[in-house]
Design a protein around this ligand. Structure first.
Ligand code: GDP
Ligand code: MG
Ligand code: ZN
Ligand code: ZN
Length: 233
């Protein structure tokens, strides 16, 4: 658990977090990097999705990763095999990344590399369907994953994540035939929370739908006007 309002100090933690998010966002825009905050409950398939993404797109874009986990560098080490910078952030007892932690990560990246060389920063948040959606880290877009094994009702029970998402990936669609799950009902529940969100069905096992996700990413990177203006000058 964590508090969003610390009554004793009278500090609105979300407000302080927002200031940090603006700091990070200014860096991203100065460097011409698009930052995506990738969120889901534990085990929905974030790391596997990032593995597929790095395998497919590192020849098109220069990508860096911030990997948030309460403990361990297990996920970070999986992604390091794709020869991209992976900055691991252990959050300890905290169940989400906040903007200060991500600031530490991007300052680290800027210390070791020329950050303007990068096109895309993928942030894998701590597995949690609740508060990562509340704590902006300066991202340009939020990507939420919901796996078919989690049930149709989750968009209704955890509304903030689904209201805030810019892109919603329904993952593990290869498992749907083995479950009593109606993917169209998942989509309807997501739409009830967020009528205009982009919904993409994917399976990282069969690769179904991954090309649609890559195209969404390509579009996000190409819409980065800061980069195109920089490359003209
Ligand atoms: N069948 C199937 N399993 C998947 C898929 N994506 C991920 N998994 C499995 O789900 C588990 C959790 O995946 P992981 O990427 O570590 O989830 P994370 O906790 O959200 O990062 C692993 O055992 C993966 O192999 C998928 O598309 N299909
Ligand atoms: Mg993971
Ligand atoms: Zn939290
Ligand atoms: Zn700074």
């Amino acid at each position: 658990m964590h508090q969003t309002f610390d009554a004793a100090l009278g500090i609105n933690l979300l407000h302080a977090n927002q200031q940090g998010a603006e700091h990070n966002r200014a860096h991203f825009d100065q460097w011409g990097i698009i930052c995506l905050n990738v969120m889901s409950s534990p085990g929905a398939g974030k790391t596997v999705l990032l593995e597929r993404t790095l395998a497919a797109l590192t020849n098109e874009f220069k990508i860096a990763v911030i990997e948030g986990d309460m403990t361990t560098e297990l996920d970070a080490n999986r992604l390091r095999q794709y020869n991209v910078p992976v900055i691991a952030i252990n959050t300890g007892r905290s169940c989400h990344l906040d903007s200060k932690m991500v600031a530490g990560g991007i300052h680290c990246l800027a210390h070791e590399y020329n950050p303007s060389d990068f096109d895309l920063l993928l942030v894998e948040n701590v597995g949690n369907l609740v508060c990562p959606a509340e704590f902006e880290v300066g991202e340009h877009a939020k990507v939420a994953l919901l796996s078919v094994t989690e049930g149709e009702d989750k968009p209704l029970k955890y509304p903030v994540m689904f209201q805030e998402a810019d892109c919603l990936l329904i993952t593990k669609t290869d498992l749907a035939p083995y479950l009593e799950i109606d993917i169209s009902q998942i989509e309807a529940n997501v739409r009830q929370m967020n009528p205009h969100v982009t919904i993409i069905q994917v399976s990282a096992k069969t690769n179904d739908g991954l090309e649609n996700w890559f195209n969404w990413l390509r579009n996000a990177v190409q819409s980065n006007t800061a980069k195109s203006v920089m490359s003209l000058t």
